[in-house]
Design a protein around this ligand. Structure first.
Ligand SMILES: [Zn+2]
Length: 364
């Protein structure tokens, strides 16, 4: 997998429920799952060079191991149809708020987020060149994303939409990346704190009657924080309403726990109207051990209170051996995850481990 994706997955974020009822339940749309009814997933960037016969074999093996769906990072009818032929759900994985497409950058630089120093993601992306975050307060941005989701879901071979980068830029990076970027983020630095555009400031004033400029430490304002959670939640719930109208599920890849998601990337995912969620519980990014995977699942499941299923996202390169992987998978499932979502090289060893971990112990 690309280092780009690794970084991406390293950081995710959140917002305010509009009261729209949750859309399609993944539990309802899923086929009978393996052994203990878990529903496992894989994140894949489809390679056009893949041969159909190989895909048939690989996806049949996925199904046998308990995988029930694939999130494809690009549109590839060949891959989607090959997956569906093996009874897997084929979902489109979409970059949501981080949108660096050249056409958009050229046509609408004014749609991009502005940091507390006044710099725009359109011409001064933070951390890395592909970090091009849209402002979540602009109606034009909402419309653009809604059209994107409508187009994706209008295809008969697309079973659902999976949102990624659905958040603000990381105001705090996962601790394991600090040395890579030579930054110590023990506080919220202005160059990574978004969005201070005129639309966000105006909407905040309309909402709270307060000028953001009059707040001495906006990074410490709880109302300003909440405003930004809600801005993203509003977008997600609009996209969820579109998915609901097509009777297709909507899921998201999010930061590992509700607390980390709000703190690092202003992502309030437990208030979203999703069909399911895949927190990226990538322990290595946070310098944590395997047991933290169980803690993260517990926090997510407790906060969600059954609103929608949680699938624990595991980052395969972070596991030093198969025993560790099995421990991580077992912990996630024991603590209430309805399945595992895998990122990385899904080898036969990984599939066997997934099968072993999915067997529920007998109740005595
Ligand atoms: Zn803005």
């Amino acid at each position: 997998m690309t280092s780009r994706r690794n970084f991406v997955k390293a950081g995710l974020m959140a917002g305010l429920a509009t009261g729209i009822k949750p859309v399609i339940s993944l539990a309802d749309t899923g086929k009978q799952a393996s052994k203990a009814n878990y529903k496992h997933w894989v994140w894949i960037n489809p390679d056009e060079k893949d041969k159909e016969a190989d895909l048939t074999k690989r996806y049949a093996r996925f199904y046998e191991a308990g995988i029930r769906g694939i999130f494809f990072e690009n549109d590839s009818e060949k891959h989607f149809r090959a997956a569906k032929a093996q009874r897997l759900e084929a979902h489109r994985w979409m970059w949501t708020m981080n949108r660096g497409e050249k056409s958009l950058l050229e046509a609408h630089p004014e749609w991009y987020s502005i940091n507390r120093k006044g710099e725009s993601c359109a011409d001064k992306p933070p951390y890395v060149g592909y970090y091009r975050w849209l402002c979540p307060s602009k109606p034009e941005v909402h419309q653009y994303l809604e059209n994107d989701v409508k187009n994706i879901l209008s295809k008969d071979y697309v079973d659902g939409i999976h949102l990624d980068y659905v958040r603000f830029c990381d105001v705090i990076l996962p601790v394991n990346l600090w040395s890579d970027y030579k930054i110590e983020q023990t506080r919220e630095l202005p160059e990574y704190d978004y969005c201070y555009c005129e639309d966000c400031k105006r909407k905040f004033k309309e909402w709270r009657g307060q000028n953001l400029e009059d707040i001495s430490f906006p990074e410490a304002s709880l109302s300003w924080r909440l405003f930004r959670y809600n801005a993203v939640t509003t977008i997600v719930n609009k996209l969820a309403a579109i998915a609901g109208s097509t009777k297709k599920p909507i899921t998201a890849a999010v930061f590992p726990t509700p607390e980390v998601a709000r703190r690092n990337v202003r992502q309030d995912w437990t208030n979203w109207n999703l069909s399911g969620v895949c927190p990226m519980i990538y322990h290595g990014f946070y310098k944590e051990g395997i047991s933290w995977i169980g803690d993260a699942v517990t926090e997510g499941v407790n906060t969600l209170k059954g609103k929608f299923p949680l699938y624990a996202g595991l980052y395969l390169p972070d596991f030093r051996n198969i025993a560790e992987l099995q421990e991580g998978m077992k912990l996630a499932l024991e603590k209430g995850a309805k399945g595992i979502s895998l990122f990385g090289d899904v080898t036969e060893d990984v599939l066997i481990t997934l099968e072993k971990s999915s067997v529920k112990p007998r109740q005595s």
